[in-house]
Ligand binder design. Structure first.
Ligand code: MIC
Ligand code: SF4
Length: 648
């Protein structure tokens, strides 16, 4: 039988289930990655699960998000992560070494392997043919301990690229084109597999941009073949031994095919406040910009920044514009420094930030009131920049640089074409990556926990019935940035769920935390694609802390739904979408005979005690997830299973 790349990797890693679309499968995970804002929770959970050391081929802990140290909290988190990495056999990428996805692509990716990361942009590694998936922290902790990662067998969409990108049109415009076509929920349950003659002209960092922003489609992952371009990249990183060829069989079958002629694309911009609100740059030409940010795991590679330097060479940013640049990794920054491009950026007036997520996650550089901020990032969700009134637009580095110079959104095609080539050799220096300790030394390491590191909430076994009021009615496409906002002053609280709980869902309703506490918890009612965006399990753990028992939505985003299950919160969907309209805040809901109803099938009956009607909801989860919910979450479930296996 002919196979596509996704099927080949899944087949080689399948430990449970059959590869029937929609059915739950368990995959062996070769590599894991964590970053600091989700990582503290992962290591607390790994500790609670009682594993002595990771069982993966390679696990890496990055510090890249929480790098602004305005108090002791972030530095304490770094020490905690560093000590946990030393204890559990994990590589530790020190602060300053770069953004997890950029560094992982450069230094650790291996075609054909699986990677699970506690960050939604983990699929960036799909650029070299890894099956890389973003997940909640608890799933990553279990995978680090050698457990399978469970997901529903996805559909595989083939994106067939032909032609050649015209000058000034970039990889960012490819993925923005796809987002415009499919929307932020168009990729849920799907893996996007790229093919076609157009690939020959797409470098690995360009493929990385596309795979990275596949997360904005809600996709499970995105993957490219491992070909000559991959070999060239790995060779330039001094890692040709990690290469193997990986391609789809001739005539491989896909669930869906999208044809894209690269020659017909043009520069695009995503408008506030969603990455799929895409328009042509030429429609916005002349829009005044106050801030331009270049960087993030989407667009901060060496060639991206060399291109920016070439555009800015010898010029000065106008006084009304603030241009900030955060290189993706220390490799990128030191190469820019070596060849003089860094001086060109500095001389043009760019403010150079450290190699980290920075403004992408609102860690500094919040724009001014009502500002227009043009960013090369992947997300422009409402309020994420740290300034609720700001309008954030997403674009390529080319559009960003030329617009920064002009002080207004500008089509880069007004410039003469330039050619910037990938380097033959990258500057390799892994001295900021601390390798794992041997077991006997690791055993002696004491884990360092500062006062900000608090226990995480744990749920109890599912009760016989659930009773509570509707705490909030929420619209479509609510992001995890709405549920658990993460500006600079809240990110240091990621290891402190009680402190975070005062900020839950406040962009939707500032009174929510207070109401949830007063009512002793209850239900959330939401529209479509609830929980899109980040993998942060805080968007489930904090509601759990506030007593949320179930979320009834029209539909869910993949990672968030799994995080709810892992926390023991019921993710329910309306059988009849119209019932969403029949509910209102304050309605008292009751679900009786819960365990019986759950074990009997997919459909549960909910009583609206206030209005005197009943309605049906689906609990669309696997048999294993039902057991997790009954046990009160993945932690008690995993412990229970480990106990049962011991006594067998
Ligand atoms: C993001 O881009 O939203 C983040 C911050 O990287 C998150 C992780 C987090 O919330 O810590 C993600 O993408 O998963
Ligand atoms: Fe960091 Fe932004 Fe990438 Fe998230 S999307 S990992 S915050 S650079």
């Amino acid at each position: 039988m002919t196979k596509n790349i996704t099927t080949k990797i899944i087949e080689a890693h399948l430990v449970e289930g059959t590869m029937k679309q929609g059915e739950e499968i368990g995959l062996r995970i070769d590599q894991t990655l964590t970053q600091d804002t989700t990582g503290t929770m992962v290591y607390l959970e790994f500790e609670a699960l009682g594993f002595p050391r990771v069982k993966t081929k390679r696990s890496v802990a990055y510090v890249d998000h929480n790098t602004l140290q305005t108090g002791y909290e972030n530095a304490d988190d770094h020490s905690f992560i560093q000590s946990a990495a030393a204890k559990y056999g994990i590589y530790y990428s020190r602060p300053g070494n770069g953004i997890c996805h950029q560094v992982h692509l450069e230094r650790f990716t291996v075609p054909g392997q699986t990677l699970l990361g506690s960050d939604s942009h983990t699929p960036t590694a799909g650029a070299v043919g890894m099956l890389a998936i973003g997940a909640g922290g608890m799933d990553v902790a279990v995978a680090m301990g050698g457990g399978p990662y469970y997901l529903n067998m996805p559909q595989v969409v083939n994106v067939h690229l032909k032609g050649h990108l015209p000058p000034w049109v970039s990889a960012k415009d490819i993925i923005l084109t796809i987002l415009a076509k499919l929307s932020v929920k168009g990729g849920v349950g799907k893996i996007f597999e790229y093919s076609g003659e157009g690939l020959a002209h797409l470098s690995i960092p360009q493929r990385g941009t596309i795979a990275n922003m596949g997360a904005e489609l809600g996709a499970t992952s995105s993957i490219f073949p491992s070909d000559e371009v991959t070999l060239k990249f790995l060779k330039a990183q001094g890692r040709d031994q990690d290469w193997c060829e990986l391609k789809a069989d001739e005539g491989a079958v896909y669930d869906e095919i999208i044809e894209l002629d690269l020659s017909a694309l043009e520069p695009l911009v995503a408008c506030p406040h969603s990455p799929d609100k895409v328009v042509k740059v030429k429609e916005l030409v002349g829009t005044k910009v106050d801030q331009v940010c270049i960087g993030s795991c989407t667009n901060s590679s060496y060639v991206d920044l060399l291109t920016v330097a070439a555009i800015l060479r010898g010029k000065t940013i106008p006084p009304e514009v603030s241009l900030v640049i955060s290189p993706g990794s220390r490799q990128v920054l030191s190469m820019l420094a070596d060849n003089g491009a860094l001086a060109e950026l500095i001389n043009a007036g760019a403010r150079i930030l450290e190699c980290a997520c920075g403004p992408c996650i609102g860690m500094g550089q919040a724009p001014s009131t009502g500002a227009v901020s043009l960013r090369t990032f992947n997300r422009n969700f409402y309020g994420r920049s740290g300034t609720a009134s700001a309008d954030v637009y997403l674009c390529s580095p080319e559009v960003a640089a030329v617009s920064a110079l002009r002080g207004e959104i500008t089509d880069p095609r007004i410039l003469e074409p330039i050619v910037v080539n990938q380097p033959e050799r990258y500057l390799v220096n892994d001295n900021l990556i601390v390798p794992p300790l041997p077991f006997d030394e690791a055993e002696k390491v004491e884990i360092i926990k500062g006062p900000n590191i608090k226990e995480f909430p744990q749920n109890k076994e599912l009760p016989a019935s659930l009773h509570g009021s509707v705490l909030l009615m929420i619209e479509d496409n609510i992001t995890t940035d709405h549920i658990m906002p993460s500006p600079a002053h809240l990110l240091p609280l990621r290891s402190n769920i009680p402190a975070l709980s005062a900020h839950c869902l406040i962009p939707v309703d500032p009174k929510f935390p207070e109401r949830a506490r007063e009512k002793g918890g209850g239900f959330l009612v939401a529209g479509e694609n609830y929980g899109q965006g980040s993998s942060r399990e805080h968007a489930a753990l904090v509601p759990l802390y506030l007593g949320v028992k179930g979320v009834i939505a029209v539909s869910f985003a993949r990672i968030h739904k799994a995080n709810l299950v892992n926390s023991g919160i019921l993710p329910l969907t309306f059988v009849n979408k119209e019932d969403y309209e029949r509910l209102k805040m304050g309605d008292e809901l009751l679900i009786v005979d819960l365990p019986q109803q759950i074990l009997a099938g997919e459909i549960l009956t909910v009583q609206n005690k206030s209005e005197g009607f009943t309605f049906k909801v689906n609990l669309t989860v696997s048999a294993r997830q039902k057991e997790i919910l009954l046990a009160g979450g993945l932690l008690p479930y995993t412990k229970k299973m480990a106990g049962e296996n011991k006594t067998k």
